[in-house]
Design a protein around this ligand. Structure first.
Ligand code: PLP
Length: 415
C-alpha cells in the first residue's frame, strides 16, 4: 500500500501508515477483537464521504446533497437486514460502545438498574463498569460464570435477576469462549420483567454466517461492532423490533451523536455485502475450526483453557495452573517480541489485577482472513507454548520469529 497522496504532503504520517501495514503483514494478529478488512472496505472507508454531513436518516436529512449518502446508508441497512433478519437496523453508531449507549439512553433513566456479566469474567466496560458512564449513571450488579466450569451460570443469573429486579439484562461478551444460550437469558429477563440487550460485538460475523446462534428475534435489542468477526470496518450497529425503532433512532441521533461517519457506513455496506457471499460462511466456519485446533494444541501442551475449550473464535488461557509465575502481561510481551500479538486478559476468579492479569486471550479471525488453516494454527499453538515455556530465551524467540515469518509469507496480506 503506497499511501502516495499522504506521502506527497506528509512523509511522517505516511511512514507510520506504511509501518503499520508492514506490522500487520509480518506479525500474527491474534487479538480476538481484531480482523483485516478487505481492500474494498478500506477503499470505501477512505472515500470522499468523509466530507459529507448527513445528520438525520435516509430521506430525512438536515442538509442538502445527501442523495449518495442516502444510497450508501440504505444499502448498508438492506444488507444488514438480510444478514441478521432484524425488523429494524440502525447503522450509524460510531462504535459498539455507542450502540450500547443508544440502547441505554433509549430505555433507561439515570438510576435504573443494569444486570451484566462481571468484566473479569468476560464482560465489557460499556456494560456497567465504574470507569464507564454506565457505571456512573446506572445502578449495576453483575453476574458471573460458574467458577468450576467457566460456562455461564444461567440458573444463578435467573435467581440474581429475580432478586435484583433489573430494568435491563445485558448478555454478549468480550472473552467468553462458549456458545451463548440466548433463550435462557431471555427467560431470566422475562422472569424479572427486564429488557434484554444482547451485545454480539465479538461474534457479529459468526452470527451473520449462522455459525453461532442468533439473539435476533429473542432479545429486545441486539448491538454489535462492525470491525470484529464481521470485517466491515470500524463502527457499530443496533438492531431491534419495530416497537423500539423510533426510540433507538432518536437515541443514536440526536441523542448521542451528531453527523454519522458516512465513510464508515460505506465500509459497513461493502463489508455486509461481502458477508452475504457464500465464502463468508466458509470463513466463519474456518475461524471456529481454527480456534478449536489452537485450543486443542494448547491443551496438549498443558495449558488450562477457561471452560476447557471453545465454541467460537477465541480461546482464553488461564496461566495460573501451568505457569504460576508467569503473568498474562509477561506472556503478552514475550509473544509480541516473537511476532505473535495477543492480549493479556483477566480470567474468572482473577487473583491478579486488570493491568497484569493471569490469562491471555487469543483469537483466530485475523489469521483466518489471511488464509491460515487448522494445521497452521497447530503450528501457532506450538510457537505460543515454546515462548511461554521459555520467556526471555533469545534462541527460542528467534526460532519462533522465523516460524512466524514463514507463516506470514505463506499467507500474504494486502498484496
Ligand atoms: C468490543 C466490544 C464492544 C464495543 O467496542 P467498541 O470498541 O466500542 O466498538 C462492546 N461490547 C463488547 C462485548 C465488546 O467485546
Amino acid at each position: 500500500m503506497e499511501h502516495e497522496h499522504v506521502r506527497a504532503v506528509d512523509p511522517a504520517v505516511a511512514d507510520a501508515l506504511e509501518s503499520e501495514v508492514d506490522r500487520q503483514r509480518s506479525t500474527l494478529s491474534m487479538i480476538a477483537s481484531e480482523n483485516h478488512v478487505s481492500r474494498a472496505v478500506l477503499d470505501a472507508q477512505g472515500s470522499a464521504l468523509t466530507n459529507k454531513y448527513a445528520e438525520g436518516y435516509p430521506g430525512a436529512r438536515y442538509y442538502g446533497g445527501c442523495e449518495y449518502a442516502d444510497e450508501v446508508e440504505e444499502l448498508a441497512i438492506e444488507r444488514a437486514t438480510e444478514l441478521f433478519g432484524a425488523e429494524h437496523v440502525n447503522v450509524q453508531p460510531h462504535s459498539g460502545t455507542q450502540a450500547n449507549q443508544a440502547v441505554y439512553f433509549a430505555m433507561l433513566e439515570p438510576g435504573d438498574k443494569i444486570l451484566s456479566l462481571d468484566l473479569t469474567h468476560g464482560g465489557h466496560l460499556s456494560h456497567g463498569h465504574p470507569a464507564n458512564f454506565t457505571g456512573q449513571l446506572y445502578e449495576v450488579e453483575q453476574y458471573e460464570v460458574d467458577p468450576e466450569t467457566g460456562y455461564l451460570d444461567y440458573d444463578g443469573l435467573r435467581d440474581h435477576a429475580e432478586e435484583f429486579d433489573p430494568d435491563v439484562i445485558v448478555s454478549g461478551y468480550s472473552a467468553y469462549p462458549r456458545e451463548v444460550e440466548w433463550e435462557r437469558i431471555q427467560e431470566a429477563a422475562d422472569a424479572a420483567g427486564a429488557l434484554h440487550l444482547a451485545d454480539i460485538a465479538h461474534i457479529t460475523g459468526l452470527v451473520a454466517a449462522g455459525v453461532h446462534s442468533s439473539p435476533v428475534g429473542i432479545a429486545d435489542f441486539v448491538t454489535g461492532s462492525t470491525h470484529k468477526t464481521i470485517r466491515a470496518g470500524r463502527g457499530g450497529i443496533v438492531m431491534t423490533s419495530e416497537e423500539y425503532a423510533d426510540d433507538v433512532d432518536s437515541a443514536v441521533f440526536p441523542g448521542g451523536q451528531g453527523g454519522p461517519l458516512m465513510h464508515n457506513i460505506a465500509g459497513k455496506a461493502v463489508g455486509f455485502g461481502e458477508a452475504l457471499e457464500p465464502e463468508f460462511e466458509e470463513y466463519a466456519e474456518r475461524t471456529v475450526a481454527n480456534a478449536k485446533a489452537l485450543g486443542e494444541r494448547l491443551s496438549e501442551h498443558g495449558f488450562s483453557l477457561v471452560s476447557g475449550g471453545t465454541d467460537n473464535h477465541l480461546v482464553l488461557v488461564d496461566l495460573r495452573d501451568s505457569h504460576p509465575d508467569t503473568t498474562g502481561g509477561d506472556a503478552e510481551e514475550a509473544l509480541e517480541d516473537a511476532g505473535i500479538v495477543l492480549n493479556a486478559n483477566t480470567v474468572p476468579g482473577e487473583t491478579r489485577s486488570a493491568f497484569n492479569p493471569s490469562g491471555v486471550r487469543a483469537g483466530t479471525p485475523g489469521l483466518t482472513t489471511r488464509g491460515f488453516d487448522e494445521d497452521d494454527l497447530r503450528t501457532v499453538g506450538d510457537c505460543i507454548a515454546r515462548v511461554i515455556d521459555a520467556p526471555g530465551d533469545e534462541d527460542v524467540e528467534r526460532e519462533v520469529r522465523e516460524e512466524v515469518d514463514a507463516l506470514c509469507a505463506a499467507n500474504p496480506l494486502y498484496e
